[in-house]
Design a protein around this ligand. Structure first.
Ligand SMILES: Cc1ncc(C[n+]2csc(CCOP(=O)(O)OP(=O)(O)O)c2C)c(N)n1
Ligand code: SF4
Length: 283
C-alpha cells in the first residue's frame, strides 16, 4: 500500500455535514502516520458494528471486519487474541456499543485487552432514523420517544473507568486536529483504550451549536490520577448543562489480558492436535 491509496471506490452515503467524516479523516491521517513510522498496515485490523458509523470500514482501504449489533468489541478481542501482534481498532455507535453490546465493553475493559474502541457517540440511532440511546438526555424526543425519553443517560466514561479501562478520552467531531492526537495516543496505548467521540448526527440530533458553546480542551490535567480523572469525567453527565472536557481523561499502565495468557503457558498448547482430538470424539 502506498501513502495515497487508503481510499476505496465505495460511494460515501453519509449525510453532508455528518460528524463521521471527521472521524474518517482523522483515522486515515493516523493510519498514514503509523505506516510512516514503520508499522505495516497489514498488521492493522479495523472492526465495525452496525449503523451509520459502521460504514467507515467501507471507506478505508485496510483489513477490516464488519460485525453484528454490539459485537464490534468481542470481534476485536477475538482478532487480537488470535494474533496479538495486530493492532486492532474497533468502531461502534453509541446505540451499538453502549446499548446492544454494553456487557462486551465492560468485559473488554475489565480484561484490559489491548484494543482501541472508537465510539461514534451521536447520542441517537442514526441509521434507524432517530431512536433514543443510552447517552440521549432525559426528555429526548425521537422516533421511539415522541413524548420525550423518561430515562436518564449513562455516563459511558464513568462506567468504563469503574470497569477497569486503562485509557479513556473524549473527542468532538468539530476538532479534527485534536481527534488525530487522541486517536494516535489511544492506538499506541498498551491496554484497553476507549475514545468517546461526540459525533454529531446533523439529521436526527444536531448538537453542533450546543457543543461548540461548552467544549474545552483539557490543560494541566493529571490523567494518571484516578480521582482527578473521575472528577473530570463526572463534570458533565450527558444530561445537565455544564462544561464538556475534551482530551485524554485517564491513562494508566497495567498488564494486558494477552500478557497474562502467554505467561500462563498458552504457547505450550498444541492447538492442532487438540482440535483433531475434539473432532475425533464428535465424529
Ligand atoms: C439485531 C438487530 N437489532 C437492530 C437492528 C437495527 N439497527 C440497525 S442500525 C441500528 C442503529 C445503530 O445505532 P448506533 O449504534 O447509534 O449507530 P449510528 O447509526 O448512529 O451510527 C439499529 C438499531 C439490526 N439491524 N439488527
Ligand atoms: S443519519 Fe446522522 S449519523 Fe447517519 S449519516 Fe446522517 S448525519 Fe450521519
Amino acid at each position: 500500500m502506498t501513502s495515497q491509496n487508503l481510499e476505496t471506490n465505495a460511494k460515501n452515503t453519509w449525510c453532508p455535514g455528518c460528524g463521521n467524516f471527521a472521524i474518517l479523516n482523522s483515522i486515515k491521517a493516523v493510519l498514514k502516520s503509523i505506516r510512516e513510522e514503520g508499522t505495516s498496515l497489514e498488521n492493522v485490523v479495523l472492526v465495525s458494528g452496525i449503523g451509520c458509523h459502521a460504514k467507515i470500514v467501507d471507506y478505508i482501504n485496510a483489513n477490516s471486519f464488519y460485525s453484528i449489533h454490539g459485537r464490534a468489541t468481542p470481534a476485536a478481542e477475538g482478532i487480537k487474541l488470535a494474533n496479538p501482534n495486530l493492532k486492532v481498532i474497533g468502531f461502534a455507535g453509541d446505540g451499538d456499543a453502549y446499548g446492544e453490546g454494553l456487557e462486551h465493553l465492560i468485559f473488554a475493559a475489565k480484561r484490559n485487552i489491548d484494543i482501541t474502541m472508537i465510539i461514534h457517540d451521536n447520542r441517537v440511532y442514526g441509521l434507524t432514523t432517530g431512536q433514543y440511546t443510552p447517552t440521549s438526555p432525559l426528555g429526548f424526543k425521537g422516533r421511539s420517544t415522541p413524548g420525550g425519553s423518561k430515562e436518564r443517560p449513562i455516563n459511558p466514561l464513568e462506567l468504563m473507568l469503574a470497569s477497569g479501562a486503562t485509557f479513556l478520552a473524549r473527542g468532538f467531531s468539530h476538532g479534527i486536529e485534536q481527534l488525530k492526537k487522541i486517536f494516535k495516543e489511544a492506538i499506541n496505548h498498551k491496554g484497553f483504550a476507549l475514545v468517546d467521540v461526540l459525533q454529531v448526527c446533523v439529521t436526527f440530533y444536531n448538537m453542533y451549536e450546543y457543543y461548540d458553546k461548552r467544549v474545552y480542551e483539557l490543560k494541566d490535567h493529571d490523567a494518571g490520577d484516578y480521582a482527578e480523572a473521575l472528577n473530570k469525567i463526572k463534570e458533565w453527565n450527558y444530561h445537565d448543562d455544564s462544561k464538556i472536557a475534551l482530551g485524554v481523561l485517564y491513562k494508566k499502565e497495567s498488564p494486558t489480558f494477552e500478557e497474562g495468557l502467554s505467561s500462563s503457558g498458552k504457547s505450550e498448547i498444541d492447538v492442532d492436535s487438540n482440535i483433531k482430538s475434539i473432532l475425533a470424539k464428535t465424529i
